[in-house]
Design a protein around this ligand. Sequence first.
Ligand SMILES: Nc1ncnc2c1ncn2[C@@H]1O[C@H](COP(=O)(O)OP(=O)(O)OP(=O)(O)O)[C@@H](O)[C@H]1O
Ligand SMILES: [Mg+2]
Length: 212
Amino acid sequence: MIICLSSLKGGSGKTTLAVHLAHAISLSKKKVILIDADPQGSSQGWAASREDKPPFPVIGMARNTLHRDLPELLENYDHCVIDTPPRVSALARTAILAADLVLIPVQPSSYDIWAASETVKLIEEAQGFKPEIIAAFVINRKITNTAISREVSEALSDYEFPLLKTTIGQRVIFSESSAGYSVMELAPGKVASTEIKQLSQEVIKMMGLQKW
Ligand SMILES: Nc1ncnc2c1ncn2[C@@H]1O[C@H](COP(=O)(O)OP(=O)(O)OP(=O)(O)O)[C@@H](O)[C@H]1O
Ligand SMILES: [Mg+2]
């Protein structure tokens, strides 16, 4: 399966969730590759920051023909995660077109809620060419018991795309994970790690898979 993390809002958590989903998949002994389609190269930077070999390959492929090129490249992999740039661009489009599932991270803020409509438009355009693309929102950086966190769920219910039940909290360990190690490595068994595993399980269920 190909999962694309997509949001036109900068800093919404695309790279963080891409790296963590890829790691969650690799932990179940499946072959996963992370494609960094963002010319900013944050996912590649994540892998390069490690002292050891990353648990899955991270390949920079900021090219406009991903949807055409990926199937052949992925012959030796079970799953693929794509990290994308936060701009309406040929790159954002090709990554969505290549995907089976597009996950849209949304932070509980008015800016993110406004930006969601642009991202939805981009995905709906792609669905015009490839109707089988599935898309869903995932709330990232949730702060429990805040009004805005409740409002974001309500605002997103206006869209056709579902909102995943799993939410990812605002946690310092996620910021620390940008130095090259996932929260499953930095703090196994802690809440952040549990949230990522839940996210991964919800995605499996949503896509009708038994497991990764
Ligand atoms: N759940 C979280 N808790 C705490 N910090 C987070 C969380 N998710 C992301 N961050 C931090 O927020 C910043 C932006 O996240 P990230 O780089 O994943 O967003 P992005 O959507 O990839 O950004 P860009 O649009 O620039 O590519 C990073 O510093 C990251 O460590
Ligand atoms: Mg990024």
